[in-house]
Design a protein around this ligand. Structure first.
Ligand code: NDP
Length: 498
């Protein structure tokens, strides 16, 4: 018996160990992006000092080092940004020929492509996500969104046949920290294409790519006030939501804050779309291509450290293949490289913040306490920064917190089923309804499952695939409204009779 086989036989769960196949470091150059020591608020086409006088430090979560001083927008700052957006709406942007609006959006898309390396490095530095993901997913998809909605700008009457679409007005947009640039693109591109102006608040921990985006707006010569970026914490978001001159709020974030916003807006007549949490089921049938499915399971939960609202965080495996799938999964997990987000070989980067790390740690502990079996591959974590080893729980009951609550970290819970009906029952047994995955060889089964799953997006034999032409959004406590595709224009237009 080889040394490795002896080691595997000794391990209680027979889980394989990582082979000693180390990669040489391949760090992306960090100096491609210039980070200013401090930033103001981007209002009316230029950076201004916050009237509040307050600032906070944004950090690199992988090194716990400060990156820049960020302005905390207060009530008067929010008001100033909304007034700039209203002015730009009334005096130019909403009346601009749609084909002219399209030109700006095309310009922004091309500039994002040209400066993609800069954005990728910045996104990884400030958010902790692996450069491989920010370079190959976040930034290209953000550019693709601007290209896509640039195409719609002068074709709105085809998007809504027999109706006369007109813009809603000033949109207040609040985005989270898991995909800072991509969520910005999801929000800003359709709003501008439809002729609205925008005040956007990035998340407290990840403001830097939105602030670099202001420079793209300058290069694109977007008229002042069409897009305003105000940084700050939840208080800034709350001020934006309750500002009386905002016509529409678009929010992506936690279900808790989403509900608070909905309560706040009740009766005001303001439009609202909410993209909230999820606890998606990734369902693997016994006829699925298992190696491919294991790749999909890994991508579904460990992509972006599991900081993904549509993450496949509940794995439902058909009972007959349970042992095989779990063994293959553990073997694959042992090869995941956790570490420096700027290293091109890294698969799993840093947890976005100390607060999020604490939340993940507490939920994982609850899983252990409630009786689930935990597996974490051997993994050496960097000494500084916020890290969590990719984790899988087996022996999970439906009632456990790890099977019910959104963990928003690299933690997977495995459950089993025997029949398609049982799979549906378990998959839908959650307050959420954002996404799901189905792995099977049979096309008819995919269609039958997709019809019965209460989820806004159902992926078949793949996971976490995004396309600007495809609408995304939830059922139940995952929110309402759709982003992406033609549907993504709807919240930003008033439809008059033609
Ligand atoms: P939040 O929902 O608090 O943050 C989302 C955005 O809303 C941020 O820009 C935030 O600002 C802002 N915000 C916070 N409070 C208010 C408010 N009262 N009114 C208006 N805007 C507000 O998420 P957290 O960052 O606190 O994360 C908490 C948990 O939420 C995570 O652990 C995760 O489970 C879940 N989450 C889910 C997301 C999803 O897409 N499904 C995305 C992000 C988080 P600020 O950043 O300054 O707090």
């Amino acid at each position: 018996m080889t040394k490795e086989k002896r080691e595997i036989a000794r391990r209680p769960d027979k889980a394989p160990i990582a082979t000693a196949w180390d990669y040489a470091p391949a760090p992306e150059a960090r100096d491609i992006v210039k980070i200013q020591e401090r930033y103001g608020l981007f209002i009316g086409g230029k950076f201004v000092e916050p009237g509040s006088g307050e600032r906070y430090t944004t950090i690199d979560p992988a090194r716990e080092e400060p990156l820049s001083e960020i302005a905390q927008a207060g009530k008067a700052d929010v008001d100033r940004a909304v007034r700039a957006a209203r002015d730009a709406f009334a005096n130019g942007w909403s009346g601009l020929r749609p084909s002219e609006r399209a030109k700006y959006l095309f310009r922004i898309a091309r500039l994002l492509q040209e400066r993609s390396r800069e954005f990728a490095v910045l996104e990884s530095l400030n958010g902790g996500k692996p450069i491989r993901e920010s370079r190959d997913v976040d930034v290209p998809l953000a550019a693709a969104h601007f290209f896509y909605y640039a195409g719609w700008a002068d074709k709105l009457e085809y998007a809504f046949p027999n109706r006369k679409p007109r813009p809603v007005g000033v949109a207040g947009q609040i985005i989270p920290w898991n995909f800072p640039l991509l969520m910005l693109a999801w929000k800003i591109a359709p709003a501008l294409a439809a002729g609205n102006t925008v005040v956007l608040k990035p998340a407290e921990t990840t403001p830097l790519s939105a602030l670099l985006f202001c420079d793209v707006l300058r290069q694109a010569e977007l008229p002042p006030g069409v897009v305003n970026i105000i940084t700050g914490d939840g208080r800034t978001g709350a001020e934006l939501v309750s500002h009386p001159d905002v016509d529409k709020i678009a929010f992506t974030g936690s279900t808790e804050v989403g509900k608070a916003i909905q309560r706040n807006l009740a009766g005001t007549g303001k439009r609202l779309t909410l993209e909230l949490g999820g606890k998606a089921a990734n369902i693997v049938f016994d006829d699925a291509p298992l190696d491919q499915a294991v790749e999909g399971i890994v991508n579904g939960i460990y992509f972006n450290q599991g900081h993904v609202c549509c993450a496949g965080s509940r794995l439902l495996v058909q009972e007959s293949i349970y042992e095989t799938v779990v063994a293959k999964l553990k073997r694959r997990m042992a090869t995941l490289r956790v570490g420096d987000p700027l290293d091109k070989n890294t698969d799993v980067g840093a947890i976005n913040s100390k607060q999020q790390l604490e939340k993940i740690t507490a939920l994982v502990q609850s899983g252990v306490d409630e009786g689930a079996e935990i597996y974490q591959p051997p993994c050496k974590l960097p000494e500084r920064g916020y890290w969590f080893v990719p984790t899988v729980f087996t022996n999970v009951a439906q009632s456990y917190r790890i099977a019910q609550e959104e963990i928003f970290g690299p933690v997977l819970s495995v459950l089993t089923f025997r029949t398609p009906d049982e799979a549906i029952e378990k998959a839908n047994n959650t307050p959420y309804g954002l996404s799901a995955g189905v792995w099977t060889e049979k096309g008819s089964r995919i269609l039958a499952m997709a019809q019965r799953l209460r989820a806004g997006v159902v992926w078949a034999n793949t996971y976490n695939r995004f396309d600007p032409a495809s609408p995304f959004g939830g059922y139940k406590e995952s929110g309402f409204g759709r982003e992406g595709g033609r549907h993504g224009l709807e919240p930003y237009v008033v439809l008059d009779d033609a």
